[in-house]
Unconditional design. Structure first.
Length: 111
């Protein structure tokens, strides 16, 4: 009788332990899925906010006027355009590096 009770007790403990292990693995997988999903959600939320601000910026009258003036090179009636010439590259004059003194003496006596 004692042996049967011990066997049933061991089976019961084994069942509880296996259930606990299974639940811990499921919890870990679900937690990892949640963190990944939350990270993607936050990234998309930030992208959505930037897109909304960009839409508001593009539809504002001042931004629209600025874009039109820059692309078409138009001026307001009271403005004056200043045209600056593009800078020309300055030629760099290379100065020859003198030979070391010992080479100068070498050339002088041996050549």
């Amino acid at each position: 009788m004692k042996i049967l009770r011990n066997i049933i007790l061991v089976c019961f403990v084994f069942f509880l332990f296996s259930s606990l292990v299974k639940n811990l693995f499921d919890y870990r997988n679900k937690l990892q899925f949640y963190q990944q999903y939350k990270g993607e959600y936050d990234k998309e939320k930030k992208a959505n906010i930037t897109l909304k601000t960009e839409v508001l910026k593009k539809t504002s009258n001042t931004e629209l006027e600025k874009t039109i003036r820059n692309k078409l090179n138009l001026l307001r009636p009271d403005e004056v355009a200043v045209m600056l010439p593009s800078p020309t590259p300055i030629p760099i004059i290379s100065i020859p590096i003198p030979l070391p003194v010992w080479k100068q003496w070498w050339k002088l006596f041996l050549k």
